[in-house]
Design a protein around this ligand. Structure first.
Ligand code: KG4
Ligand code: ZN
Length: 344
């Protein structure tokens, strides 16, 4: 159909997302998160996430269908994230999607989570169609990836990604070092408001001239985390107070600086005047502010989907499948499985 009704299932991390779209129109976007259950561990625990998905899926599907005002039997296709992500968590979504596809006798589309994040953009209510090519920077608790998108349905190239921690993970770990609760991103954002971002010069990972050959578009945040820990240890050993706001602001500045610098360098080197941002870390005010200011200076237009579509959700998965269907893509056969390292 020209405007397929698609139900999307997303379970790659700690959000159980069910979304329903008709063509490019968002009908519902239900999200159940197990974040609270992970809080006391300071990060997502894979087994806990998988079990939470199992419990949350059925109610989430019912809620999404009710909110969309459709009947489950009316959907034209089922879409599911098959990777990348946590293996056990992915498996729960993939299993549910196969069961739905078989029981409803509807085609099934297995899609890539990262490409799904890019597809979130087409659901923004007032969005002009995505123009190609565009560079996409996806930053969350699970990934930090830079992509060159020539066509959403057929040509997405991974330029680089984190070689260790994801940016959101770095926020969470540094928050823990600072004694702030999980998730750490919003906490550091808040603490940084009254801090001086230039108080401490923390390292920008993989930004040296010597990193260019092998890691031009890659990111690294674990050295930054260690640098923050060392800096605090030294202050404490010297009996001095730790200026929380300055540490938070300086750490945030280091993350933001390296993300925006690499993203805009990628735009410049590939001659692409467009940058799309996605992932939960886009909630960071300083990141949006610096990205918008530097992009404007560089003549690059920035697109940021609404935050509810930037964090992990099922609607973006449905939206991507909807585009694939309209481009004539054949459905997946039932033999695919969850693939925690699925390439774009
Ligand atoms: O996309 P998302 O909701 O899902 C996962 O990746 O699981 O991203 C969550 C991540 C967490 O690491 C959280 O600390 C981070 O995004 N985050 C932020 C902010 N809000 C959430 N990081 C920095 N600044 C924020 N304001
Ligand atoms: Zn994600």
């Amino acid at each position: 159909p020209a405007e397929p009704l698609v139900l999307g299932i997303e379970t790659s991390c700690d959000e159980t997302g069910i979304g329903i779209v008709r063509g490019r129109t968002l009908l519902s976007n239900t999200i159940a998160s197990s974040m609270d259950e992970h809080a006391r561990y300071g990060g997502v625990v894979p087994e806990v996430a998988a079990r939470a998905h199992l419990e949350a899926l059925q109610p989430a599907i019912e809620a999404a269908v009710a909110e969309a005002g459709v009947r489950l039997g009316d959907v034209d296709a089922i879409a599911v994230t098959s990777g990348p992500g946590l293996a056990g968590a992915l498996m729960v979504g993939v299993g549910a999607a196969k069961a739905l596809s078989v029981s409803l006798a509807k085609p099934l589309y297995a899609v890539n989570h990262l490409v799904g994040h890019i597809a979130a953009d087409i659901l923004a209510a007032d969005a002009e169609p995505l123009e190609y090519p565009t560079v996409a920077l996806l930053v969350s608790g699970g990934h930090t990836s830079l992509l060159l998108v020539r066509d959403l349905t057929s040509d997405v190239e991974l330029l680089g990604e984190t070689v260790d921690d994801a940016a959101g993970e770095a926020f969470d770990k540094v928050a823990r070092i600072l004694g702030l609760p999980y998730p750490g991103g919003p906490e550091i954002d808040r603490a940084a408001v009254v801090g001086d971002p230039s108080a401490i010069r923390f390292p920008r990972g993989l930004s040296r001239a010597s990193d260019r050959a092998r890691h031009r578009w890659d990111f690294s945040f674990s050295g930054l985390k260690t640098a923050v820990a060392r800096w605090i240890e030294q202050r404490e050993a010297a009996g001095e107070d730790v200026p929380l706001a300055d540490v938070a602001a300086s750490f945030r500045e280091a993350v933001v600086d390296v993300l925006v610098t690499k993203a805009l360098d990628a735009c410049a080197e590939h001659g692409v005047p467009r940058l799309l941002l996605g992932g939960g870390v886009i909630a960071n005010r300083r990141l949006r502010e610096v990205a918008l200011a530097r992009a404007e200076a560089a003549g690059v237009t920035v697109r940021i989907p609404p935050l509810s579509l930037c964090t992990d959700n099922g609607a973006m998965i449905a939206a991507l499948a909807s585009e694939l269907i309209q481009s004539g893509r054949e459905p997946s056969t039932l033999v695919f499985g969850a693939d925690s390292t699925l390439p774009v």
